[in-house]
Write a protein that binds this ligand. Structure first.
Ligand SMILES: Nc1ncnc2c1ncn2[C@@H]1O[C@H](COP(=O)(O)OP(=O)(O)O)[C@@H](O)[C@H]1O
Ligand SMILES: Cc1ncc(COP(=O)(O)O)c(C=O)c1O
Length: 306
């Protein structure tokens, strides 16, 4: 059976963020991907210069209208990421609601891209839209620590805080929440990055249990862009194949991430030369190029049940 994803994210000419990061890996895993580019930029905004266009809410409506007129607006998944405009984001929510009405089984995977490391890199007015309109319709949510904190108004300094924040996010709507990266100290030491996940599962009798997991991910001393987008796409794929097993889905997702990041940092360091920090251009992700890159990652990152 065909499984069709509507992916509303950025497009860049150079490099891999947004749809450039998400579409191909999903396609090699057998998903049909329809892409709407929320922006078309020369490159991601972490470079010294970036140029391009931002799609308006009206332009988004025109594209959706075309799809609808042809009666091909049937989706199994929606995936959203980087967006810079409040009315655009509100229109995305309208589209999601309409598509969910047409297919109640539709799963919405939301990466609430707003910022990282204590700062927002999209206009602040997007926060109330995410909080009040987007998160309530999301089924799977993939914030980083900063995004989870601003969505809930709670700081995360311990694992218990992270669990509480994930529970608060569940209360806002999503059944599955993954904190894709945190500043928490890993039990395995400073060389590891901690990610956490929580999934609510309805048992046959109607009782709801939650599976909570923690991942210690080998950390690389560099800042990558586009990793959140690849993470959300891979989580969509692996939760599709393991719908009630977040541990398995996250292990597969993070193992792909590790493979891509290892390859990226190796090339970046080679290009930068000894003792030099790689530039944003040199740190562009060395993206998944085949199904083998996804299915045979270099190592398997194991998750622990909490
Ligand atoms: N410096 C890093 N070292 C190792 N893995 C990383 C690093 N940065 C990102 N990743 C990988 O990418 C995933 C998503 O990264 P994250 O930074 O949380 O995304 P976002 O771009 O949304 O902030 C992490 O779970 C991890 O697997
Ligand atoms: C154009 C664009 N898209 C997407 C992103 C999000 O990237 P990430 O996956 O690292 O959250 C960024 C971040 O700067 C960006 O500039």
């Amino acid at each position: 059976m065909e499984c069709r994803v509507l992916s509303i994210q950025s497009h860049v000419v150079r490099g891999y963020v947004g749809n450039k990061s998400a579409a191909f890996p999903l396609q090699v895993l057998g998903f049909e991907v329809d892409s709407i580019n929320s922006v078309q930029f020369s490159n991601h905004t972490g470079y010294a210069h970036w140029k391009g266009q931002v799609l308006t809410a009206e332009e988004l409506n025109v594209l959706y209208e075309g799809i609808k007129l042809n009666n091909v607006n049937h989706y199994d998944y929606i995936l959203t990421g980087y967006s810079r405009d409040t009315s655009f984001l509100e229109t995305v929510v309208d589209i999601i609601q309409e598509l969910k009405k047409a297919n109640p089984g539709l799963v919405y995977v939301c990466d609430p891209v707003m910022g990282d490391h204590g700062a927002m890199y999209v206009p602040e007015l997007l926060l109330p839209v995410y909080k009040n309109k987007v998160v309530p319709v999301a089924d799977i949510l993939t914030p980083n620590q900063f995004e989870a904190e601003i969505l809930t108004g709670r700081k995360i300094t311990t694992e218990a805080d992270a669990i509480e924040v994930m529970d608060l996010l569940h209360k806002m709507g999503p059944e599955t929440v993954v904190l894709t990266s945190t500043d928490l100290l890993s039990k395995r030491g400073e060389e590891f990055l901690v990610a956490l996940g929580s999934q609510k599962i309805m048992k046959p009798g109607g009782t709801v249990i939650s599976q909570k997991i923690c991942l210690d991910i080998p950390k690389v001393d560099a800042v990558f862009v586009g990793t959140g987008d690849l993470f959300a796409a891979m989580l969509l794929a692996w939760t599709h194949f393991h719908p009630k097993d977040l541990k398995a889905a996250c292990e597969k997702t993070v193992s792909v991430m590790h493979h891509v990041i290892k390859r990226t940092i190796t090339y970046a360091n080679e290009m930068a030369g000894p003792g030099k920090k790689p530039s944003p251009a040199q740190l562009e992700l060395r993206m998944v190029q085949s199904k083998a890159d996804i299915e045979n990652p270099t190592i398997v990152v194991e998750a622990n049940l909490l």
